[in-house]
Design a protein around this ligand. Structure first.
Ligand code: KIV
Length: 271
């Protein structure tokens, strides 16, 4: 029997109610049908089809190369698996930074072709026009401030952002501007915990943190990282709930051994 019978879908309004009640929001990334089905069945509130697919699914060094078509492919796979969670889809690099009309038509493509429920966009005042235009079409937008990986070549490094007062003040202003524009939630990535707590108190919309401490309204992790599939990524903020790299390696090695030795398939594993 499905655990989803009569399940109530999570909406952007649910997330706001959760913040109002002080109930924490759980969010994980998802990129494919099978993984998304498990994550949704576990009861996650939000699945982010992150442009981190560029790294963990496609093996690129940064999130910049992933295309709109590729994001739509991943998002449509996730949407087919999900019965409860809100599905938020990252707008990829280059699909919203320049021209707000193009940003709107790209956001519409994501919504129409993937069936996702909302889009996420990195940046503050500099992308406000695109955010505002997308919101006019009734598409919910999640903002993303702090370490914004699409700007990695501007930052030069993945270290903690907004440690200095100037950048911290700008981040608070950006958060307020995004709330004012109508974003339904914000991701804050890799900033000091005190600053993230301050932002979560300064705005009314939910703040989801990654490497931003426990004083925010929810947490997000990249699913491959929290499962320990990615052996080489060990930042301080990451809690690994499994060591799937070792487990999978062992399973693959056992399979290879069984095939080579002829012990697979046995009598019961054939017709
Ligand atoms: O693409 C992604 O996975 C993200 C999260 C790190 C928030 O944007």
């Amino acid at each position: 029997m499905s655990v989803h019978k009569n399940v109530k879908r999570v909406t952007t309004h649910t997330l706001q109610e959760m913040k109002n009640k002080g109930e924490k929001i759980s969010m994980l990334t998802g990129y494919d049908f099978s993984m998304a089905r498990i994550i949704d069945t576990a009861g996650i509130d939000v699945i982010l089809v992150g442009d981190s697919a560029s790294n963990v699914m496609a093996g690129h060094e940064t999130t910049l190369p992933i295309t709109l078509d590729q994001m739509i492919y991943h998002a449509s796979s996730v949407v087919r698996a999900v019965q409860r969670a809100l599905v938020v889809v990252d707008m990829p690099f280059g699909s919203y930074q320049g021209n707000s009309k193009e940003a709107l038509s790209n956001a519409i493509r994501i919504m129409k072709e993937s069936g996702g429920h909302a889009v996420k966009m990195e940046g503050g005042q500099e992308v406000l026009e695109s955010i505002q235009r997308i919101l006019t079409a009734g598409i919910p937008v999640m903002g993303h401030l702090g370490l914004t990986p699409q700007s990695i070549y501007k930052f030069g490094t993945y270290v903690v952002r907004a440690k200095e007062k100037g950048e911290a003040d700008r981040l608070i202003e950006d958060a307020k501007a995004l709330e004012e524009a109508g974003c339904f939630a914000l991701v804050l990535e890799k900033i000091p915990a005190d600053l993230a707590t301050l932002v979560a108190k300064a705005v009314h919309i939910p703040i989801i943190g990654i490497g931003a401490g426990g004083g925010v309204d929810g947490q997000v992790l990249v699913v491959h990282d929290m499962l320990g599939i990615n052996n080489e990524f060990n930042p301080r903020f990451l809690r690994k709930y499994h060591n799937l790299y070792q487990e999978m390696l062992g399973a693959f090695q056992n399979y290879i051994e069984d095939v080579k030795s002829g012990s697979f398939p046995n009598e019961d594993e054939q017709y």
